[in-house]
Design a protein around this ligand. Structure first.
Ligand SMILES: NC(=O)c1ccc[n+]([C@@H]2O[C@H](COP(=O)([O-])OP(=O)(O)OC[C@H]3O[C@@H](n4cnc5c(N)ncnc54)[C@H](O)[C@@H]3O)[C@@H](O)[C@H]2O)c1
Length: 250
């Protein structure tokens, strides 16, 4: 499978390392990193170059992700996007992919553990909708270079809660006293790959759901899994589709 890495930073490099390790284990080249695009060779992002690969994996920055997606759409190359912080445009991109038969997959977090955390978060929110004594808030901690806040992962989990818990109708990225607000507290601490906590607190007891990433390997191997899954498909998808969690039933 020929892969274009769009963005060769921490995540691009981690994906390359996993792909090479998998080749080594298999004793053959399952993956070929055929194209690596970063800021200093951006002129290589052309239809001609991209059309030589089977799939593109995009981890760059919020202000460039949409351009990169359109380059891949134009070249008819399936694209897996990991960049966060641009998702106010997500539904427009999804609609474009669906209407024009392009293959697009976005996940705010590719780690399989986080996607299980999302699934339990949805189930817990369904239960806790009936228990008004519990306030809900969230905490997310990331390394100091992270550009967006709250994290895409925290936002995704927050929206899943807002859809299910009627007493919360908005989120804010600060500690709020408003009972209808779901507060998301963002902390930036050196070298933290990503920690997310959903807290239900009451005068009697607390319930916490926590995911702690120990390194980037989970994001990188999940993105590679998603890329392999996307080849040959049309339309837009999420990690729930890759993992077989069917959100429609909830
Ligand atoms: N969805 C997930 O699972 C997940 C996991 C980790 C990080 N992220 C997100 O992915 C993005 C990248 O994360 P990272 O840790 O690799 O960051 P990084 O800063 O280490 O790497 C980003 C790379 O993109 C390059 N880049 C920037 N603008 C570019 C452009 N116009 N064209 C080509 N390359 C460009 C930069 O030079 C850099 O090398 C961030 O938005 C981050 O929040 C998502």
């Amino acid at each position: 499978m020929k892969i274009a890495l769009i963005g060769y930073g921490k995540m691009g490099k981690a994906i390359e390392a996993i792909a090479l390790e998998k080749n080594k284990k298999a004793g053959k080249d399952i993956y070929e990193i055929a194209l690596k695009i970063d800021i200093d060779n951006r002129h290589l992002i052309t239809t001609e170059e991209l059309s030589q690969v089977d799939v593109a994996i995009e981890f760059t920055s919020p202000n460039t992700a949409i351009d990169n997606i359109h380059w891949c759409f134009d070249a008819n190359v399936p694209i897996v996007v990991g960049t966060t912080g641009w998702t106010q445009q997500l539904s427009t991109i999804q609609q474009y992919a669906a209407e024009n038969n392009k293959a697009f997959l976005f996940a705010p977090n590719y780690s399989i553990g986080v996607n299980i955390f999302f699934e339990i978060n949805r189930q817990l929110a369904n239960i806790m909708n009936d228990y008004d004594d519990y306030n809900i808030d969230m905490l997310e901690v990331h390394h100091t270079e992270k550009k967006d806040a709250p994290s895409g992962t925290a936002l995704f989990a927050a929206l899943d809660i807002l859809k299910r818990v009627k007493r919360k109708d908005q989120w804010r990225n600060y500690a709020s006293d408003n009972s209808g607000t779901l507060s998301i507290i963002s902390e930036r601490t050196p070298d933290v790959p990503g920690t997310h906590v959903v807290r239900y607190t009451s005068p009697i007891d607390d319930i916490e759901l926590k995911h702690t990433a120990h390194n980037r390997t989970g994001f990188a191997s999940g993105a590679l899994l998603a890329a392999e899954w996307l080849v040959g498909k049309k339309g837009y998808y999420s990690m729930e589709d890759v993992l077989g969690f069917n959100q429609e039933e909830k």
